[in-house]
Design a protein around this ligand. Structure first.
Ligand SMILES: [Ca+2]
Ligand SMILES: [Ca+2]
Length: 90
């Protein structure tokens, strides 16, 4: 199955540290509302270093879901956090 992932900043708790959302779509997705899986990452120190991820997918494709899968999402969130131009201006 081919998967597409959409990354988006969204603020969940109303603080100044946006969460990163990973929307997963398969090839049958009809639009942006039609994702089949959602992971979010959060920065507990609110410093753009992401250390909390919701339940994750088997991102490394080794057949299990473990801390390495979570780590990949967190690393991607860390990189995405540097795309300041994509974050909402307040
Ligand atoms: Ca937040
Ligand atoms: Ca895995």
């Amino acid at each position: 199955m081919k998967t597409r992932v959409l990354l988006e900043f969204e603020e969940m708790q109303g603080d100044t540290s946006p969460e990163v959302f990973f929307y997963h779509f398969d090839e049958k997705a009809s639009g942006l509302d039609d994702f089949y899986y959602l992971v979010y990452a959060s920065s507990s120190d609110k410093n753009g270093r992401y250390d909390i991820a919701s339940v994750t997918e088997d991102s490394d494709g080794d057949g299990d879901i473990d801390k390495h899968d979570k780590k990949l999402y967190l690393q991607l969130a860390d990189v995405f956090a540097q795309f300041k131009g994509f974050q909402a201006k307040r």
